[in-house]
Design a protein around this ligand. Structure first.
Ligand code: NAD
Length: 269
């Protein structure tokens, strides 16, 4: 019998935490070996299977990752930036790979990922769906072919609970397009427009954000010329697409040397 891979989940009570628990339960090669929530959460000490609706399993929700990390082969973290940095330090200390889904990480946090990746495998992707990661490749190709002859706008929509804007995926899409065109996103990004904005400057890359209802995640990159436009759109209809990708990344990370990786590495794109 092959040994199962033991995964710990932080943010177990969250939207992604619950979906990740479901993805792990559906895979016979994986075991959910640790589950963590905020120390002040009402779910600390409750049965994880009961919390996630997967049936009682005797695993209790812990209040700190360091209580469970030693019994795991990899950790998956979809929480919030400050929590992610604390979990990163814990994984580094314990020598365990970490898969990060949290978005809204600032420059200092990204540097902390690189520093920890000297000692452990760290996978960081603002979007774990295979379709989105393929679309990044398509965007790179589109930007190179269309060059400076088009206006580029990125439109994203998410559910009303999302706390950061634009989405990490939209920003990543912007980075890919800007890089393909030799532009620095920090210089050319325009976040929303209002009032007397003047005519559009060709080199800018515009971002528009929609927050409404239960939208799981829609992204469109619009390349508009005179006479035609190309739109590359991805729509996620279930969080399971992100969970499945993150679980795949965790399994992959257990066999990797220390380093900072993204979904391109995991998928071999
Ligand atoms: P959520 O608010 O439903 O869940 C986050 C959970 O983390 C909450 O239960 C919260 O209590 C918990 N948490 C906060 N601090 C913690 C700590 N110190 N220790 C343990 N748990 C802690 O949010 P969500 O919709 O599940 O999204 C979580 C993050 O993942 C967000 O940043 C979101 O943008 C991102 N996300 C990324 C992808 C991707 O593919 N990369 C997909 C979906 C969501």
């Amino acid at each position: 019998m092959t040994a199962t891979i033991r995964i710990a989940l932080t943010g177990i009570a969250g939207r992604m935490g619950r979906t990740l628990a479901e993805a792990i339960a559906a895979d016979a090669q994986l075991t959910l070996a640790g589950a963590v929530e905020r120390p002040d959460s009402s779910v600390i000490g409750t049965d994880v299977g009961e919390l996630t609706g997967l049936g009682r399993n005797g695993l209790l929700v812990a209040s700190e990752l360091d209580q469970v990390v030693a019994g795991c082969d990899a950790v998956i973290d979809f929480t919030a930036p400050a929590a992610t940095l604390a979990h990163l330090a814990c994984c580094r200390e314990a020598g365990r790979p970490l898969v990060i889904g949290t978005t809204g990480l600032d420059g200092a946090a990204r540097e902390a990922l690189s520093a920890a990746a000297v000692d452990i495998p760290v996978v960081y992707a603002p979007n774990y769906s295979v379709g989105v990661n393929l679309s990044l490749k398509l965007l790179d190709m589109a930007a190179r072919v269309l060059g400076d002859s088009v206006d580029i706008e990125i439109i994203e929509a998410h559910h009303r609970h999302k706390v950061d804007a634009p989405s990490g995926t939209a920003l990543r899409m912007g980075e890919v397009v800007a890089q393909a065109l030799g532009r620095d996103l920090a210089d050319v990004a325009v976040y929303g427009r209002q009032g007397h904005t003047g005519a559009r400057e060709r080199a800018t890359i515009g971002f528009e954000t929609i927050r409404a209802g239960d939208i799981v995640g829609d992204h469109t990159v619009l390349f508009a010329a005179d006479g035609e436009r190309l739109e590359i759109t991805h729509k996620a209809s279930s969080r399971m697409t992100f969970a499945a990708g993150a679980v795949r990344a965790a399994v992959w990370a257990t066999g990797q040397p220390p380093g900072l990786y993204d979904m391109n590495d995991v998928l071999g794109l």
